[in-house]
Design a protein around this ligand. Structure first.
Ligand SMILES: Cc1ncc(COP(=O)(O)O)c(C=O)c1O
Length: 484
């Protein structure tokens, strides 16, 4: 038996070059694959043996296996026609950075355990902050997703509001305790609900505030809820406002909400997971007006800045509050540098962490800020293009205003009663998705089944817009014809 059990460097080179070739061809020819996997549950699983191979198999075989067994089960997020959810597409520099990150395989829990990772994260978070135009007192850290970022925002909010030694005693530590309150709009992402459940506050602590006709949080209702809760002895602790709701990319009235937070001493966390990326484009900064007043903000470059999943950036101007709320050490983690460095473990639930800042560095280095601005700027233009072509057919209508680059619409053809429109639009969406040429998803807004077309994929271009609008018109006509 070999003592050194890894692949030989000769093998690594051979397969590594081959893998890079495979990836390059895949990305080059991605449009040959359907955007949405055309497959039934279980079909991937059934291609694999029930038990693992007992003996080494030729590595070479894996290339064929990926083609045969994995590819048919892939929904291709990098496909230009992938316009569902919030698209996350990856660019070459980030893919290569992931490769390097896996090779280094560091654990950045402490400065000492990986000085380069800790310090490069600090550098790139400072770059990113500047790129989106936030003030110098915002400090950033990378988490694995916006759900984790929002949870850390609420942890810090809890620490700020904490009058009961909560960290020590927990929520059950005193009798008849006032209930902490968290507020978010009805369209806030359900990661807020999850954080509230996970942190033990319970869903009754979360008040979902109604929205105006443009799906923005109703500030008057928010004020009333806060006043009522205070009168009942509850403690308003955190408001989560959204810049770019998942459903329709609406923007809560940030400036007014920030004023309330200031007056009431409530933590303001802003979920700008998708929308926040657009602040890199100077002429779009008005969309994020007021966010500089937040206590914490989450922005996911994996959603609109072409960095491979997973990367979520959490920015806060109250780093010390977060640290107080979550840091914990142990003898084996103590180092001589603890007084002079920032150990990432002190600011996150996660202890071990990978070298994620490499992909931030590589991406910014490769494109430059201007390159990134131009790609995102083009998405805004493509979204306008999509909207104009779509609405030239009077059978379509917008359900929500176009704010970023997500078009929320439905078909409302003459002759179909309102009560049948939801079912009709679901059929339209399914028919379009079944072609495999594009993949779109939906929401329900004001009771209306709404099709969302998200234009934030790196490879989405004018041809994709034409394909998509042609498809919607064609499938609409087919459905109407079938109805006759
Ligand atoms: C506005 C918003 N916030 C949070 C999330 C959760 O993101 P993640 O999957 O990174 O946890 C999403 C997901 O789409 C989102 O749209």
């Amino acid at each position: 038996m070999k003592e050194y059990a890894d692949m030989s460097s000769q093998e690594f080179r051979e397969y590594g070059y081959k893998m890079v070739d495979w990836i390059a061809s895949y990305l080059e020819n991605i449009e040959e694959f359907p955007a949405l996997a055309q497959i039934n549950p279980g079909e991937v699983k059934n291609k694999f043996p029930l038990t693992p191979p007992q003996n080494p198999q030729p590595f070479e075989e894996l290339f064929g296996e990926i083609d045969k067994k994995v590819m048919p089960g892939m929904t291709h997020w990098n496909h230009p026609g992938f316009m569902a959810y919030f698209n996350s597409s990856s660019a070459g520099p980030g893919i290569l950075a992931e490769f390097l990150s896996a090779a280094f395989n560091i654990n950045g829990m402490l400065w000492k355990s990986s000085p380069a990772s800790t310090e490069l994260e600090e550098v790139t978070m400072n770059w990113f902050r500047q790129m989106v135009g936030l003030p110098e007192d915002f400090w950033g850290i990378i988490y694995d997703g916006a759900s984790a970022s929002t949870m850390h925002g609420i942890i810090a909010a809890r620490e700020q509001a904490n009058k009961f030694n909560l960290r020590q005693k927990g929520l059950g530590g005193w009798n008849n305790s006032p209930r902490f309150k968290i507020y978010a709009s009805e369209f806030a992402h359900n990661s807020v609900d999850k954080a509230v459940i996970t942190l033990g506050f319970g869903l009754e602590s979360l008040t979902k505030i109604g929205m105006d006709e443009q799906f923005r949080m109703n500030v008057e209702e928010l004020k009333k809820c806060i006043a009522k809760d205070k009168a009942e002895g509850k403690i308003p602790m955190c408001i989560v406002a959204t810049i770019g709701t998942t459903s329709v990319t609406s923007i809560d009235p940030i400036e007014e909400i920030a004023e309330i937070c200031k007056k009431e001493n409530i933590w303001l966390h802003i979920d700008a997971a998708h929308g926040g990326n657009s602040a890199v484009v100077p002429e779009k900064r008005h969309l994020t007006n007021g966010w500089e007043m937040a206590d914490s903000i989450v922005i996911n470059p994996q959603k609109w800045m072409f960095m491979p999943i997973d990367i979520s950036i959490f920015l806060t101007r109250k780093r010390d509050v977060l640290r107080r709320g979550i840091s914990l050490s142990a003898e084996y983690l103590k180092t001589d540098q603890d007084e002079e460095v920032k150990n990432q473990m002190d600011y996150s639930l996660q202890l071990g962490r990978k070298f994620r800042s490499l992909k931030v560095w590589f991406t910014i280095h490769y494109y430059g800020v201007e390159g990134i601005q131009n790609i995102i700027r083009n998405h805004f233009k493509l979204a306008e293009e999509f909207k104009n072509i779509l609405l030239s057919n009077k059978s379509f209508e917008l359900v929500a205003p176009l704010t970023f680059s997500t078009i929320c619409f439905r078909a409302k053809p003459e002759g179909i009663e309102e009560k049948y429109l939801n079912e009709f639009n679901k059929k339209l969406m399914d028919a379009v998705n079944e072609t495999g040429k594009i993949f779109v998803s939906h929401t329900v807004a004001a009771g209306k089944f709404t099709i969302r077309v998200v234009i934030s994929g790196l490879r989405t271009n004018s041809n994709t817009i034409k394909t998509a609008t042609d498809l919607f018109n064609k499938k609409l006509n087919e459905l109407l014809r079938d109805k006759k």
